[in-house]
Design a protein around this ligand. Structure first.
Ligand SMILES: [Zn+2]
Length: 118
């Protein structure tokens, strides 16, 4: 049986045009709705991580506990995998988390600063 003759949503056999992917509008809609909600949940998860990271940096910045300790950040739940941007400089890489900017002074020491937002 040709793969194209099976509905991608419900798996039912289809007859007629061989380039059809779905047996009905209902199946087409539910397929795309599911795809969207999966993408949205991925975005929600990463946005949540970035928000949490930002909150951690904001709290530490307010306490002036520089330089920051990488392990301490990790213990607070900071996720180093996600950031809003990065920039290579003479001294290394600067990472952005919204208005906060951090870079490594050494393997475990992190310098934190804040951009002026107009
Ligand atoms: Zn179907």
């Amino acid at each position: 049986m040709n793969q194209k003759q099976v509905c991608q949503e419900c798996g039912s056999r289809m007859f007629g045009r061989s380039d059809k992917k779905f047996c009905s509008d209902l199946c087409r809609n539910s397929y795309h709705n599911r795809l969207n909600s999966e993408q949205n949940s991925f975005m929600r998860q990463i946005n949540g991580t970035l928000k949490r990271n930002r909150k951690i940096l904001e709290d530490l910045f307010a306490r002036h506990t520089e330089p920051l300790n990488r392990n301490e950040l990790q213990e607070l739940g900071f996720n180093f995998r996600h950031y809003t941007g990065s920039e290579r400089t003479d001294k290394g890489v600067r990472y952005f988390c919204y208005e906060f900017v951090y870079s490594y002074l050494s393997k475990n020491e992190i310098k934190l600063s804040k951009m002026d937002v107009d």
